[in-house]
Write a protein that binds this ligand. Structure first.
Ligand SMILES: Cc1ncc(COP(=O)(O)O)c(C=O)c1O
Length: 406
């Protein structure tokens, strides 16, 4: 037994070094700016509640009542039956065959991502993710030792996937095709022919499609069809939650559904087994799933209108800035503009310089997997349009100066 005290730092696991979630990581830089007394405008995280959008009162009452009624114990790991029935009925009513047995109530879409990838992908196996991607996919892959293969989506094609590029990436080690539609960070919505092509590629190559449909109800022109409507036999795991369309991101409540094909029975059993280990997703909030999917959804129409207006303000203001280009988003609350950077500069340098100079916090595109020299950055446009105009004016003067300096 050593007698002297060991003082060297305790090492952490190497996987942490591979794990990256830029949306929150960048907050450290913002806090340093705040510590100097400068106001920071946080346009980095997609939380509608933080910008004054209100969680529907009947959902709050349902959760509060569940707590008061003593529903504070553990629940079944796949989730309570009324919630699973409500999700199944919702998918059925939208044209996707579904039963409650093929639904899991999860701790947000985030846990559904973790469960799906953990159940389907072994260490060293590959997953197709869009570039840019929502970074939790690649972060989870870092944890489980899976290998991300980025398929291009192209700004010049309204951020639709480059299908030839996607196809060229598939090897015998590829297991999953991640489709994020509507997309974060681009705001893209895929037309039916693209969705069909993605399903066809998965079909030909034996891939499971993980369909992230968390923004499906916040298309500016109305709710979008679920991917599973196009082919009942396709192996699709669909993910969504109360976070965005029901304005309750802090509740950490979502679901995944497994399409009816027997080819996914083992995957379903595997996800249930993994879900057993975490006991259950947050209890009282599970009662809100039925209330959300069977009750009043009028808040959604108002939310979509508010978002469409903010998207328009964003696209107009950013496209008026010399050296900047922004593809108009069609859903959700994100835009991914780009600035023509001087040679040798990176998107992260631009974003950090913007933060230092103006207190505006956005996230560099390379945090979503696009090349750093592309000059992309993601803006969350949930703020009031008047506030957004102020932010865009600051971005305009900062960018003029930044590009002038070279
Ligand atoms: C595409 C996408 N998937 C999943 C999530 C995580 O959502 P949840 O709050 O349901 O875990 C987000 C959150 O921003 C997202 O943008």
């Amino acid at each position: 037994m050593p007698t002297s005290k060991i003082t060297s730092p305790i090492p952490v696991a190497q996987r942490v070094g591979r794990f990256s979630y830029a949306i929150r990581n960048i907050v450290t830089a913002a806090q340093a700016v705040e510590a100097r007394g400068q106001r920071v405008r946080y346009l980095n995280i997609g939380d509608p509640v933080a910008f004054g959008f209100k969680t529907p009162a009947h959902l709050i009452e349902t959760v509060a009542k569940a707590m008061r009624d003593g529903r504070n114990g553990y629940l079944p790991s796949p989730g309570i039956l009324p919630a699973r029935e409500a999700v199944a009925a919702e998918y059925q009513s939208r044209g996707v065959q579904m039963t409650p047995e093929r639904v899991l109530i999860t701790t947000g879409t985030s846990e559904a991502i973790d469960l799906a990838l953990s159940a389907l992908v072994d260490e060293g196996e590959e997953v197709l993710v869009p570039s840019p991607t929502y970074p939790l996919y690649t972060a989870v892959m870092a944890k489980i030792g899976a290998v991300p293969k980025y398929y291009r989506t192209r700004p010049e094609a309204d951020w639709l996937p480059d299908l030839e590029h996607l196809r060229s990436l598939i090897t015998e080690r590829t297991r999953v095709l991640v489709v994020i539609d509507p997309n974060n960070p681009t705001g893209a919505v895929y037309p039916e022919h693209v969705r069909r092509a993605l399903l066809a590629i998965a079909e030909e190559t034996g891939l499971t499609v993980v369909a992230d449909e968390v923004y499906g109800d916040v298309g500016f022109d109305g709710p979008l069809p679920l991917l599973g409507t196009l082919d009942p036999d396709a192996p699709v795991i669909s993910l969504s939650s109360l976070s965005k369309a029901y304005l309750a991101p802090g509740w950490r409540t979502g679901w995944l559904t497994v399409s009816m094909t027997p080819r996914l029975d083992a995957a379903l059993a595997a996800m249930k087994k993994l879900a057993d280990g975490r006991l259950c997703s947050p209890g009282p909030m599970q009662y809100a799933v039925e209330a959300a999917l069977t009750g009043d959804r009028s808040h959604q129409a108002a939310f979509r209108l508010a978002l469409a207006e903010r998207a328009r303000v964003t696209t107009e203001a950013l496209n008026a800035i010399p050296g900047m280009h922004c593809v108009a988003p069609r859903a959700a609350f994100y835009a991914l503009p780009s600035v023509s950077l001087p040679p040798g500069r990176t998107d992260e340098e631009y974003v950090l310089a913007l933060l230092e100079a103006t207190g505006v916090l956005v996230v560099h595109g390379s945090g979503f997997g696009v090349p750093a020299e592309g000059g992309f950055f993601r803006i969350v446009f949930l703020a009031d349009p008047a506030d957004l105009r102020g932010v865009y004016a600051d971005i305009a003067s900062f960018t003029a100066e930044y590009l002038r300096r070279g």
